[in-house]
Design a binder for this molecule. Sequence first.
Ligand SMILES: O=P(O)(O)OC[C@H]1O[C@H](O[C@H]2O[C@H](CO)[C@@H](O)[C@H](O)[C@H]2O)[C@H](O)[C@@H](O)[C@@H]1O
Ligand code: UDP
Length: 459
Amino acid sequence: MSRLVVVSNRVTLPAKGGAAPAGGLAVALQAALEERGGIWMGWSGKSSGTKDPEVLSLQEHGKITYALTDLTKTDVEEYYEGFANRVLWPICHYRLDLAEYGRKEMAGYFRVNRFFAHRLAPLLEEDDVIWVHDYHLIPLATELRQMGVKNKIGFFLHIPWPPADVLFAMPVHEEIMRGLSHYDLVGFQTDHDLSNFGGGLVREGIGEALGDGLFTSYGRTFKGGFYPIGIETKAFSEFATKAARNIMVRKARQSIEGRDLIIGVDRLDYSKGITQRIDAFEHFVKNNPGYHNKVTYLQITPKSRSEVPEYEAMQRTVAEQAGRANGAIGTVDWVPIRYINRSIGRPVLAGLYRLAKIGLVTPLRDGMNLVAKEYVAAQDPDDPGVLVLSRFAGAARELKGALLVNPYDIEGTANAIARGLSMSLEERQERWRRMMDHLLEHDVMRWCDDFLADLAPGR
Ligand SMILES: O=P(O)(O)OC[C@H]1O[C@H](O[C@H]2O[C@H](CO)[C@@H](O)[C@H](O)[C@H]2O)[C@H](O)[C@@H](O)[C@@H]1O
Ligand SMILES: O=c1ccn([C@@H]2O[C@H](COP(=O)(O)OP(=O)(O)O)[C@@H](O)[C@H]2O)c(=O)[nH]1
């Protein structure tokens, strides 16, 4: 088997005790690489200030060699906070209104991709298979090809790919589309993302779908496919079973005092639909007096990308909204919404998911949403909870046993909460079994194997 070289913007070294960082990409790649071994190259998450970053720091952990680089302050501002998170992220999440274009940021994005290529190239061996992840690094293959790298290079996009009318509002879309054509395989989360990609090529007159998963554009022929990312289903389910003994989970159980628990877990991001979700919960409580003092909604929301103005503003908005809703619907002996702003380790999260009667996962747009899958995997087969899931999450293409909602429809989401809480055991089990069987078969290793088999068959 060829050596696997993974490149992603952010690389986080495994924490003591094996706790993984918040963020689906890091969680999934760690699981996939731990089994197969290989190199994982990317940004350390640290800034070297104004100094040029030192050479790569190489560190071995188990079968993985981590190759980390710092970035200068300017690089972080222009490449990560600027172009990646203020242009590509909003555009790919259909938020044209939030995209902020700047020539400086665009230049910084392409410059850092070149820098990554120059740092990566000396590590490469002839037979290596290179797997690049996410929107931060779209131009990386172009840069590597210009340096003469002939290896197989695949790209997987963890976030949605928008339709032509949205994508082409981005001034630099042509460079981005050209960048993708330099890969051997371009993978998306869902069939919808793939068809948006193919549709965009045709609409702009820059390429076409040749059939059998082949595309051509800018004089290159490459494969495209969809590979829905999975979780470590079996291991996560075992975590959840054991977590009942965890002290934090026991304390949480005691503190809800027999009320029904509803759980939401999301990075603090405008794409996650947290404000609409709080509105929906408030609406549910107001319209279902029988549930007064009988339900607790726990929203776990670690801060994310706080240097980006839209994210900083959200911290205030969501906190104020949770406070206002508690003021409006709470009573002297009942705080209906518990809003937590820090990251919780996944072993504890697993136990909290299992305690919850409803997993409330209502992003306005999401590439996949691993929380939805983790919630299902964590359930007790004898008494499973109900997943209320946005139809705009990639996970909705697979998890047909969920109650699918439109997160913009506040009343509809409130009704789904009510329906979930009163659903019969038989229906809950039937819906859960369907989803769990799917997740057991399509776990994170399957995702990894499927992608790599299409990228480098027979290697
Ligand atoms: O690295 P950050 O800027 O702190 O952000 C964390 C990650 O967020 C995004 O995750 C996506 O990947 C998940 C796994 O495929 C998927 O389930 C989710 O829908 C996506 O939003 C981002 O794509 C990653 O690059 C970030 O590391
Ligand atoms: O306090 C938290 C919140 C989230 N997560 C993990 O972060 C990932 C979030 O992935 P998802 O695909 O749902 O969204 P993303 O943040 O990548 O957009 C999941 O594995 C969560 O278990 C975590 O470990 N602790």
